[in-house]
Design a protein around this ligand. Structure first.
Ligand code: F6R
Length: 606
């Protein structure tokens, strides 16, 4: 997590750094800081909390200079205090860091032995101190930084700025992404190209182990062995305009509301007017695939779990789904004819990227479903399938989830078609169901007020359970995750059939139970589970269509009516109540919906 930026410019850099940090705030908002070199003098400003606090501070204590680095923090080592905020400074060196220096205790012990004192609880301060220590031994700035980099273990993207040097930033990447931006007589460094979008569209992505010496004239990159490396300069297309809330109270509300539009866009990118699903080159030959391994984190993981039902039922492909943080260390066998599929909105999630790398050379093909085409996961895949959701700002993922599900479903239909597991008539029906998704979501959104009424009641609860059966089970998880991350209410999801194997002990009159259950072939079984809850005074919130609500009978605490829909697209439609129930509950509780506590949008540390 954490976002870093660096600018060697021709104008005052403080406002440029702050603007770039705004674009990186999705990576963390525990503190923010910048350092500049002005007239050869290195100085810094830091503030706890959101970037706005740093901006306020800069009004009263401005920082001049045309060279600088900046940081927005998601705290790992050390509390989110001003003292622990980046840039960290030791003598002539200032450093900003994204990642974790795993051997920092060992390095600290060495420095302590040399009589060097620490001011902070962070791993990053060690980097600044070690570099200053090397400079004190006579090394020049770049040499000292390189010497330090040789000692670091863990994952990092780092940018160094030096007292007395207003035309130098040293940058390095190992495990965490870093981009170098090329301007005209100006150079930039950023955690991603989005941060640099208003400054340049010419980007060089550092590769694993790369170190870069950046001056206004350009960049010299060396690989992990110290050999000069020729890295491509790419022309990228990112809308430089910062997205706004378009009249909504929160980005999350805007992103939920724009799902019909972005989903139409997703469909248009994969679905031809001839009804054929087409994938970008080099495509996938599903006749050569015997199994699928799907890996992701959080919401993207629940998209994978949903797709497992589709792949297995429709394309008859066995699927293994795992959370990336477990998969990467489990050393799972990856047999021949396995397609490894990674799903990630940001394309930068550290665990998912590590899982992808684990599969390199083992899986037949590595495919990713991402929202950021320039991301590390996209670049390291054999085939990257963009979801075309547009920038997602709200920390809680919403439109990315429904777009991920839609791309996954198209992949399932393509696989089924190639493997001959679906009749032409069924394929045509399913494609027509896909085309109907945007209109269905529009109808679902019309129930927002009903969900608001229910959410006001949910906001009083301390614990909430979510139930689902079959393909609605992963969605129950997604509903619980959305609710806990933005409303801070404890929520758990269970497969309806699992309830009486233990969790039913939790049910009493204080525990609302949200049941996601369209009137599908498994509905009767879910109704039985609902009755078991109500018999124990549990308060059932039933999310279903008109037929389901009519059949559920008396005793349901709250009913949310969804439009009728083909079974196959139900998880995509029912994502809307999962999102809106969480959203309205959080608003009723007055939490920070777009930037909930302790979270960050992109999880670039493990
Ligand atoms: C929840 C949420 C997270 C992400 C997870 C993976 O609302 O947003 O659970 O889904 O951190 O992130 P990506 O998709 O960027 O790999």
């Amino acid at each position: 997590m954490c976002g870093i930026v660096g600018v060697l410019g021709n104008h005052e850099v403080a406002p440029i750094l702050v603007e770039a940090l705004k674009r990186l705030e999705y990576r963390g908002y525990d503190s923010a800081g910048i350092a500049t070199v002005n007239g050869g003098v290195l100085d810094r400003r830091r503030a706890v909390g959101k970037l706005a606090n740093l901006s306020d501070k800069l009004v009263h204590q401005p920082l001049a200079g045309k060279a600088g680095i900046g940081h927005t923090r998601w705290a790992t080592h050390g509390a989110p205090t001003e003292g622990n905020a980046h840039p960290h400074k030791a003598g002539r060196v200032a450093v900003v860091h994204n990642g974790i220096i795993e051997n920092f205790r060992e390095l600290r012990a060495e420095l302590a032995e040399a009589g060097i004192n620490f001011q902070t609880e962070t791993d990053t301060e060690t980097v600044a101190l070690l570099t200053e220590h090397h400079m004190a031994q006579g090394m020049d700035a770049a040499q000292a930084a390189f010497q330090t980099l040789d000692r670091l273990q863990g994952a990092f993207a780092l940018a160094f700025l030096f007292d007395g040097q207003d035309d130098l930033i040293v940058a390095a990447r190992k495990g965490s992404p870093l981009a170098i931006g090329h301007g005209d007589g100006e150079m930039f460094v950023g955690s991603d190209a989005i941060a640099l979008a208003p400054l340049t569209d010419r980007i060089t992505y550092l590769e694993e182990g790369d170190r870069a010496v950046v001056t206004r004239d350009g960049v010299e990159i060396r690989d992990a062995h110290g050999t000069l490396a020729n890295r491509q300069v790419r022309q990228i297309q990112i809308d430089a305009a910062r997205v706004d809330k378009a009249g909504h109270k929160h980005f999350m509300a805007k992103e939920i509301a724009e799902q019909p539009t972005v989903l139409s866009n997703t469909l248009a990118n994969y679905l031809g007017t001839d009804g054929q699903i087409s994938l970008p080159d080099p495509g996938i030959d599903f006749t050569k695939i015997d199994r699928l391994t799907m890996v992701a984190c959080g919401t993207a993981y629940y998209a994978c779990l949903t797709a497992k039902y589709w792949f297995e039922q429709i394309a008859r492909l066995p699927v293994e789904v795992d959370v990336a943080s477990e998969f990467r260390y489990r050393e799972p066998p990856v047999p021949a004819r396995t397609l490894a599929l990674f799903v990630s909105q940001s394309g930068e999630t550290a665990d998912t990227l590590a899982a992808l790398r684990y599969c390199e050379g083992k899986a037949d093909k590595i495919v990713s479903i991402i929202n950021v085409p320039e991301s590390s996961i996209a670049r390291e895949s054999n085939l990257a399938l963009p979801i075309h959701a547009g920038v997602e700002v709200g920390v809680a993922s919403t439109k990315a989830f429904t777009c991920q599900l839609t791309v996954l479903l198209m992949l399932v239909l393509k696989a089924a078609q190639e493997r001959g597991t679906l009749s032409d008539a069924d394929l045509a029906d399913h494609i027509s169901a896909l085309r109907g998704i945007p209109a269905l979501i529009n109808l679902g959104l019309e129930q927002s007020d009903a969900m608001k009424t229910t959410a006001r009641k949910l906001a009083e609860a301390r614990d909430i359970l979510f139930l689902g059966r079959g393909i609605m089970y992963p969605l129950a998880h997604e509903g619980a995750l959305k609710l806990k991350e933005i409303s801070y209410i404890h929520a758990e999801a269970y497969a309806s059939g699992e309830l009486k194997h233990g969790p039913i002990a939790l049910i009493d009159k204080n525990v609302p139970v949200v049941v996601m259950a369209p009137r599908d072939p498994l509905f009767d079984k879910t109704v039985s589970n609902m009755q078991e809850v109500m018999a124990r005074k549990g308060k059932v919130v039933l999310v279903s269509n008109a037929a389901g609500i009519a059949e559920a009978g008396e005793g349901v605490w709250s009913k949310i009516a969804m439009p009728d829909c083909p079974d196959i697209v139900a998880p995509i439609l029912y994502a809307v109540p999962a999102q809106l129930l969480a959203y309205h509950t959080a608003v009723a509780k007055g939490t920070d919906v777009d930037q909930p506590r302790n979270l960050a949008k992109s999880v670039t540390v493990e």
